[in-house]
Write a protein that binds this ligand. Sequence first.
Ligand code: FES
Length: 387
Amino acid sequence: MSEQNLLNEVAGFREAWQVKEALEKSGTDFYEVKGEVASTVVQLHPKRLKLEVAKVLEETPTTKTLRLVAADRSALPPFQAGQYINLFTEINGVSTARPYAISSSPSQRVYYDLTVKRAKDGFVSNYLLDRVAVGQHFLSSGPMGTFHHNPLFHGEDLVFLAGGSGGAPARSILLDILDRGLPHRFHLIYVNSYIDDVIFDEEFRGLAMRHESFSLSEVISRPPTGYQGYTGRLTQAVLEQLLDKIGDKMFYVCGPTPFNDSCVELLTALGVKRRRIRVEANGAPKAPNEQKGWPEGVSLDDEVTVTVRGRGSFRSRVGEPLLNALERNGYGTENACRSGECSLCRVKLVSGAVFNPQEAHLRKSDRDFGWIYSCVAFPTGDIEIQL
Ligand code: FES
């Protein structure tokens, strides 16, 4: 049998061949189509965006929103509500980056709002809050991250447990639902230490008054005297009061890591299946030494030598995530989530040991071949790595 006859016997081959001939007749060039697809992908999922600060909005005494537009004023790439961009910056000669959830609605692509809360000793947050002005330019990654609302698969009954800056992705999801007139119910349980910390307070309250599908419950851990709402920690008893029944609810959790852990524990105790709880990662742990497996006798303030094979070495504190130490010493590596999830910051551990906290979602092959995620790796002795 000839090659052509043989191919004609393959299921679907004739139909595919007819489509090819029709495309050729109509003047469509396969290579051109391929190029168009590639350029569409680049527009929708760009590696880097050039952004400009169009506005700086004061939210609370410790929080501002940077409204960023495309430097060339083109439409920004689409994103899914809840996703983040990684904002690259240079501070005092150190090139670094931080992921920030987009707090604006994906329904418009003129700007991304990044809502930045001051972190204690926050190298980048202090810079963004104190030194950034309208007109300043930044590079960022495109929108990314798996913590987002999926209107098709997450059901229509949504509960968002937010702590502090977790209000940012919550706002994006809420606005997305309202802007698109989706039939979802959205209950935001928003926990803050102080009443002055509540971001988007007026906006959330106004939206809750105007939209039956949105309900807001605030919990203030350290309330002023006479405060009437929920106070203290978010407990199982409070959650039971706030959630009439669990049903098919989808839960989103975003806040500081201890808050996230505690929410997952509480929801699990209430019978929520783990697959109905979506948790946003939140950076390297502040106290890795409190996690299981931390080597005895090693202190966060100990100093170690990090050698970058073929390039040089520097001293670093055990408690400083390796990626931060590398950047501080002029060794950049690709990164995005800075939370142990995306694997972009992988470096090869040639010798020595690092502590991989529970945040490091290393693949088995990474572990087997000595790769570590530098954003959440803590050298517990002298190490040599390869970039
Ligand atoms: S930057 Fe994503 S795993 Fe390190």
